[in-house]
Design a protein around this ligand. Sequence first.
Ligand code: SF4
Length: 416
Amino acid sequence: MEKTSKSKKRLKTAKELNKIVTEFYLEGHRAKEEGKPVGWLPVMIGTTEIFYAMDLQPVFPENWSPVCAAFGLTPTDFEVSEGMGYSQDLCGYLRNIVGYVYGLMGKDDVPLGGLPEPDIIFSGGGGCVPAMKILQAMEKRFPDAAHFIGGIPQVAPEKIQRHHIEYVKSVFTRLIDFLTEVTGRKFDMERLREAVRLSDRACELWDEITSHRRFIPTPISAAEIGIMFVMVTRQGTQIAVDYLEKVLEEVKERAAAKIGIIEDEKIRLFWDNIPLWYNMGLFNYVEKMGGVFVAETYSAAWSIRLDPKDPLEAIAIKSLMSYPLVSCTSTRKRKEMVLKACRDFHIDGAVLHRNKSCVPITLGQMDIKRALMEELNIPSVIIDADHMDERNFSVAQFQTRMDAFMETLLEKKGLS
Ligand code: SF4
């Protein structure tokens, strides 16, 4: 196995994703050429629906980082940001985007044409400290862009109260006024309602697709997680709904015909934490021993249903809930979610990625490890790596640990 590799995707619809990714970035460049305002936004927050409803162009700097990892741009980006004093211990998304905007941005030959410059920057809050810092760093790099600070609070999902929701609704009301003023575009609540309805439909489809992981053999695996791109960038659009409907149809057909991701599925694995974007091929590594990565934690943030009756309330709840569902804002909630996924998807073993450049999602893993064994009798293994920085990943160590782990699991099931 190489240090960097792409995953093998078995779904036809997963292979169609490249077109959707390319079109998203081209749309950003077209918007710039046509004078449509471009906003740089955090992911997982209701600003996406507001931007699509107001016919503004959203761009997600955090999401650009996995794209850079897939295209092999990260070593260059890290060199630039580390040269500026950003420590190797910081989040890889932060280091990568800072390196990109001060280095490769605007140069020829950047895949997909790179990112269009922002006219608006929304520093939302709500996520972890690096997620907030990404947009603050962008403000320094693009001082001419109009800047809005959201200040959305970080609250554990089980502690969200009415006043939190009302506050975030007021943030979005202020944002809409701000966008109206700086862009001259009119806001129409009915268009936002429609965007929220489409987001809700996308979440419903997403849930239905991922729930098919309960089938044995599984018709979809973690190697297909790239599908999540539409949940990150295209919420609130028909594009996401149309694509996910096609994915669901294919997954349903495979489940009905008992067509698994691999021919002879023996061991079902769970991946905790963010995948290694520069080496998605490691999801295929265990296949030679009958292993398949059935599910992962990272996709959980998109399971929030939105009620279009009150669109502002719906996006306020989404903005408060999405990030805490995948991070350690509530370690109790995160543990519950991992255990539930392992139970629902008939998992035999869990791989806990101890992610050097994402502390928020790594915290609490020892508790999860203990609970998996004590409550579900599911063994787990810890893999030290980094979702963005290949310097913190050893292929040899990964292979040795996974080989031994797979042997243990096969023996436990009487299949060795
Ligand atoms: S959650 Fe992790 S990967 Fe995402 S911005 Fe925060 S530190 Fe970085």
